[in-house]
Design a protein around this ligand. Structure first.
Ligand SMILES: [Zn+2]
Length: 292
């Protein structure tokens, strides 16, 4: 891995962990929040503290996808929505439990419908130790699939098994052929898989295949620009290639250190107060060798 990507990766890991909420890459203020139209009535939001988010404007209500990382960023998003519609935000759908996607919940009014996959709620129950955040635990959960039928359209929530975490939700807008996929796709660097939340690389590849089978042409990731099917196909292939290489090395009796060395992965040690995220290669190795 070259110097610059390593640096960006390290920073994004810290941001993902929500450890320096007000800062993003380079320690600068995050870029200004901007809402971009994808299809009529459907927007994705980049900038501001935290991951990408989105919102859909229905006939009488607005549904938000993910909640930013800080209440200020969430309020900034609410202000953007207000510029576009008088309709109130009725629900928030969460793609998964990471802090940069959910810690802004306290910036929303209380009493909204908050929807997540059921394991995501379990993860949030453990993560939301702050009493203010506990008022924003999901109020509606689903296991594999749920349709939200709303005046003006419908939203399909899907869970294809553990991948980035154990509670990932894909938020599909069937009429618009757009899917918000949270952190199931990273482009330009290896995907991040939270083993501590039950994520697995083989679950990720299975989920990416299910995403590719959706009737959708635009995929909004948690970080970076909207993706096309070809981007997801490229990502799937790169992860599968790594899985095949690691599998071969495991079959030849290679140790984790040997595998990491073969991929040129330097041993990252966690700095005090920071969590160490295992590399994709390490996750694959553990997926293949750990007793289930
Ligand atoms: Zn995440």
């Amino acid at each position: 891995m070259k110097r610059l990507p390593t640096f960006i990766f390290a920073i994004s890991m810290i941001v993902t962990a929500g450890l320096i909420p007000a800062l993003q890459a380079g320690g600068q203020t995050p870029p200004p929040l901007a809402a971009q139209v994808i299809k009529p009535g459907l927007y994705w939001v980049e900038g501001g503290a935290g991951a990408n988010t989105g919102f859909w404007i229905g006939k009488d209500a607005v549904v938000v996808i993910d909640a930013k990382m800080t209440p200020d960023a969430a309020r900034e998003m609410l202000a953007k929505i207000k510029e576009l519609t008088p309709n109130p935000v009725q629900s928030i759908v969460l793609t998964h439990s990471d802090g940069d996607h959910v810690n802004g919940l306290t910036g929303f009014p209380q009493g909204l419908k908050i929807v997540s996959q059921e394991t995501c709620k379990t993860e949030l129950e453990a993560a939301f130790t702050d009493p203010a955040l506990r008022a924003y635990l999901p109020t509606v959960t689903f296991k594999d699939r749920m349709d939200l039928l709303l005046p003006g359209g419908s939203i399909r929530l899907l869970h294809f098994g553990s991948a980035h975490t154990s509670g990932d939700a894909i938020v599909l807008f069937p009429a618009e052929k757009v899917a918000f996929i949270g952190d199931l796709a990273f482009i330009g660097r290896d995907p991040l898989i939270h083993k501590s939340k039950g994520g697995t690389s083989f679950g990720l590849t299975a989920t990416l295949k299910s995403i590719l089978a959706l009737e959708a042409d635009t995929f909004i990731p948690g970080h970076g620009k909207p993706l096309a099917k070809s981007d997801i196909e490229g990502l799937l292939k790169s992860v599968e290639d790594k899985q095949a290489q690691v599998k071969d090395m495991v079959a030849r009796g290679k140790s984790l250190d040997e595998v990491k060395k073969a991929f040129g992965i330097e041993e990252e040690t966690a700095q005090p107060g920071r969590r160490r995220w295992p590399s994709l290669v390490e996750v694959i190795y553990l997926d293949l060798t750990e007793k289930k």
